[in-house]
Write a protein that binds this ligand. Sequence first.
Ligand code: ADP
Length: 561
Amino acid sequence: MVLIIALSYNAVRKQFIAMQITDLRDLNASLSVSLLSVIDLRNNDLDQLTKSLGSEIQARITVVDTIGKVLADSESDPLTMKNHRRRPEIEQALSGNIAHARRFSTTVEKNMLYVASPLVKNGQIVAVVRTSIYLSHLNNLFHQIINRIVKISLLVIIVALSAAFLLARRYSKPINQLVSAARQIEQGKLETRVNIHTNDELDELAESFNAMTAELNRLLTDFARQRDELQTIVSAVPSGLLVLNAAGRVAFYNREFQKIATQKEIQDKYYWEILRQPQFTEFIKGIQENRSNRTQEIGIDDKTYLCSATADTTGGEIVLIFSDISELKAVQRLKRDFVVNVSHELRTPLTAIKGFVETLQEESAGDEHRYLTIIARHTERLINIVNDLLTLSELEEKNQIEYEPVDLGDLLPDTVKIFEEHLQAKNLAIEIETDSPLIVRADPFKLQQVLINLLDNAIKYTEKGKVTVKAHQVGNEVQITIADTGCGIPAEHLSRIFERFYVVDKSRSRQLGGTGLGLAIAKHIVLLHNGHLAVESQPEKGTIFKIILPCVNKKTSESYS
Ligand code: ADP
């Protein structure tokens, strides 16, 4: 409003003066009738009329003749007044126009606003009537108006401010309430609620706020309960639990793991600080590089742990579970020792029995010879079992492979040679197909043992047809296949034939001198070579055993050769 007043002050003042000019023009017009009626009479009459009219209308009236002589004036004696011909408004009025001027009056010595109009009688200008008002008077009037406007404006401002203040208070109170409630929630006081009833959007906001807080409270309670449950479960787990973040630092661990760790403070430490085991460090590095899940036995102090690692591919975390298998290992060792001892103890008497039975067989005939043959066959089988058990125990004990480059181009024909007699006896054909040289990194004796076991089975369980042995490099792997055209293995047995002592047809296997350990030994050896042993079979059509071994890279094979 102040701005409006300040900017429009001049315009209003101009308009006000223009209005005054119009008023004076109208006044001139209305005065002209009475003045024209006395203009021909004596100057005195005109002057008196002018003075009486002037006292009534609060404006100065001056009548000037055509040569500029003042004929009458409502506030001065015309005789004392100078010639007005050169006054601009008079000059213009004499030329027939209604004119106005603002200037200082030498007669009354004040600033005045003049409006002069020609007095026309019978079509001729006979004089000029000029009305004027004091500018100070005009200014006073104007200022009175402005004053009033300012007062009204102030009143409006006060009323507007009070209304604004009341409205602001109405809105700021609930908003303040919301703000302080939000602060309390920030401090964890989730039971805080706001109480606002304004019947407008704030009311809705408060309702949503309360609902949101209630939901938050519920979620957090749920979350805390789940966390507690998880904490209870995790601490109750009898295995050590360790979570490493992407940088390899400890993010989480349970009580059981604290017992395994070599340090007391382990949170945020690097994995190699908390378990100073090269084996463990290598294990974690491998997982970090390949982001694959792995399981490995790790010896810590005098205990053995089975460490299973799950790598989270998104967050880069690794979850490790340490299960104490020391007792299991001890039992395994006991069992192995027992098997080895028993096998060793049995081997000598069995060999002696075999020797004596063979001697007796030479001197026997008829039923006696038949019984001795049966005894010899069973003794042979027992010796086979004892030997196979010893082989398995040995493999388990060492659990290690002495690698060297092996050329399958030589090894396969050499091994097949061992079975020449068997093949001929059963009238079976043999086919060898291999890249030569085809180098694999393996333990030659152990790999030959696998081939012997598989070839032995292929010949044992095939009555007619042929046995095919192939070895080729396929991508990064070397594949050795031993296929036969024998009796095959029914599908339901395929998943179990690698188990120890598992035989598909007991009487047949026994008759053929089988032990049920051949495939178990073969599988064990292939696994030790980080390889894979697979089987495909169709009953009455044949069986294919496939040994898959990781390939030796060129550099290594060159360095070997
Ligand atoms: P075994 O000493 O009895 O041959 P293995 O462990 O070598 O024991 O084989 C387990 C079982 O798998 C055998 O009893 C036999 O039933 C089956 N089997 C293995 N190889 C073959 C094959 N080439 N053809 C058919 N059956 C086979």
